[in-house]
Design a binder for this molecule. Structure first.
Ligand code: E4P
Length: 210
């Protein structure tokens, strides 16, 4: 399973990229707002740090405006992926942008039906949200598994990005459910290396080495 980082903070991205395990980046309007910078500037800087897909989300509500904004954002760098909402306008924009060779990520996916629409529209990526499903007491792992099953049954090329990841359990569930990618916040990504027995083992070996 490929690992993306879910952040618009360039320092976090720089550090994660330095370990050599980072395959891409996702951002959203909330993450961009947290940085207090213009979307275009942040995306451009991220593209200079990571050699992989970078999702930049449109802010427009109707299909024509999403398409126009998507075309502009895609000009920033060949790795830019246009993130579109799971609405009819988003699906329409997805179909058009994909036909122009622009990569897309249909976001805010909470059901197999929604994922099917994104896959039929030719989306490069579809993003089911695990944490928000958990918040609503709905099954996150089962959804990822079902979307992966539908993808395999019909041979869709759309990649599944498990998103809205809040903890290590979500990462593990995404991997076991057959997600292609997990997009992970910096703090959770950093915790993936930790285990108390590794820490204890390191101390034993360090003491022995003395
Ligand atoms: C995905 O691409 C989104 O940016 C993100 O994972 C949403 O996570 P949240 O539910 O924690 O806001």
């Amino acid at each position: 399973m490929k690992l993306f980082i879910d952040t618009a903070n360039v320092e976090e991205i720089r550090e994660a990229a330095s370990y050599g395990i980072l395959a891409g980046v996702t951002t959203n309007p909330s993450l961009i707002a947290k940085e207090g910078r213009k979307l275009e500037d942040v995306i451009q800087e991220i593209a200079s740090l990571v050699n992989g897909p970078i999702s930049a989300e449109v802010s427009e509500g109707d299909a024509e405006s999403m398409i126009a904004q998507g075309r502009e954002l895609a000009k920033i760098h060949p790795n830019i992926v246009i993130k579109l909402p799971m609405t009819w306008a988003g699906i329409k924009a997805c179909k058009t942008l994909v036909s122009e060779g622009i990569k897309t990520n249909v976001t805010l996916c909470f059901s197999v039906d929604q994922a099917l629409l994104a896959m039929e529209a030719g989306a490069t990526y579809v993003s089911p949200f695990m944490g928000r499903l958990d918040d609503a007491d709905m099954e996150a792992e089962a959804l990822i598994r079902k979307i992966a099953d539908v993808k395999a049954l019909y041979g869709y090329e759309t990649e599944i990005i498990s998103a809205s990841i809040r903890n290590l359990k979500h990462v593990e569930m995404a991997a076991l459910a057959g997600s292609d990618i997990a997009t992970i916040p910096y703090k959770v990504l950093m915790k993936m290396i930790e285990h108390p027995l590794t820490t204890a083992g390191l101390k034993i070996f360090a003491d022995a080495a003395k």
